[in-house]
Design a protein around this ligand. Structure first.
Ligand SMILES: [Zn+2]
Length: 150
């Protein structure tokens, strides 16, 4: 993730003056419903290159049904996904008694509960992006927020 390599092949992702190419496994309306129209999007997926985008969407039935292609201008390190453990009086660590909601599994780097989280995946926030539509969706420079800005 940190090196911003293609999520499939590990080579350089596609980038043009609109930003890095990104593939999200959600429909555009799902992205808007989860985050708000135009609001930043949290993702655990790195960017993607053009050949891998074409191959992924051609070969994966789920991606053919619902996926969104984005051009991303700015990203920021956000936090992690994982369970939060709570210490008990007898020294054990327990996860909550009920299945946490997706929001409860997401912790930003400023969250005071973070030291007790077992991180499964790193999250980044797509802050400045456009949803690409039509056939001209595949091709600059993308600016990174620094970890100090988190
Ligand atoms: Zn690739």
């Amino acid at each position: 993730m940190w090196n911003m390599r293609c999520q499939v092949c590990g080579r350089d992702p596609d980038e043009d003056d609109r930003g890095l190419l990104w593939l999200e496994s959600k429909a555009p309306d799902e992205i808007a419903a989860a985050h708000g129209v135009g609001a930043p999007v949290l993702t655990c997926y790195p960017p993607i290159c053009s050949p891998c985008l074409r191959a992924s969407t051609a070969q994966c039935p789920d991606l053919r049904k619902r996926a969104t292609v984005l051009r991303v201008q700015a990203v920021r390190l956000y936090g992690v996904i994982g369970p939060h453990y709570t210490p008990t009086s007898d020294g054990r660590l327990v996860i909550g008694t009920s299945e946490p909601s997706p929001e409860e599994k997401t912790f930003c780097y400023h969250d005071p509960r973070l030291p007790m989280v077992l991180a499964f995946q790193q999250l980044i926030q797509l802050e400045d992006f456009t949803i690409v539509t039509g056939t001209n969706q595949i091709g600059g420079k993308t600016r990174w927020a620094t970890p100090a800005d988190v």
